[in-house]
Design a protein around this ligand. Sequence first.
Ligand code: 1GP
Length: 266
Amino acid sequence: MLPEHHDLLSWVCTDDFGTRHATLFDPADQSPEEAALKAQVVIEAGSRMILIGGSTNTPEEKVHSMVEAVQEAIELRLWATTQDTVEDEDYWRVPVILFPGGAHALSASADGILFMMLMNSRNPKFIVGEQIRGATWLHESEVEMLPTGYIICEPGGKVGEIGEASLLSTEEEIRSHAICAKGFGMNIFYLEAGSGASSPAPPELIRAANSTENCLFVGGGIRSAEQAKAAKDAGASWIVTGTIVEEQEDMNELRQTLSELISGLN
Ligand code: 1GP
């Protein structure tokens, strides 16, 4: 659901709300119903963007069903706020954005797509090939393309392997990728340590990624308020978490765990 009175890219990139939290749902790991239920809980806990996608070869139908189920759940909650003078309607205007593993993982029901170049891949398919394959369809479907430079640092995990990335590990490498992304006109830069990473990207690498002061997404291995705060202090605009939400089956515990983590951003 698009935020009112804003175009999506400027809403994503604005500094007005401080560092925000996004939740990633991988359609390979959970059902659309489960994601729709959890999406409501994570938004209640303070998450401000839902990302849908992953690095595996998930078929388009699965991605689309999940996007639809999550959109529907959010719309219902938004509708409920219109019946209630106390709840703020804007609170439920949370966009559902594709975080694609390739041109096979798209849905016209999404509000936008992180249109990513995996800059440190050794395979041209992930740098620009999949993007060309999906471009015409995206253009016609009106899913807003959010230009994103995506890099994977150590340890990198599954996305590093599947994306055939030469994992980055130094501040200098990361800074030059950030500057290159800016030169290409990418508004968003995304530093990824890999889903389920044993530790998140260290603050010095996040600071290097922030050298151009682009809108900076940081994800992979973030599990605590302290880690979220460290990423925020190093310059992250968005903190992305997936595994902690995926692992949690109890909705009350999920709300509490995520509220605690997001409290690190305040
Ligand atoms: C998104 O890969 C992250 O960038 C998600 O990582 O699953 O470790 O939270 P986690």
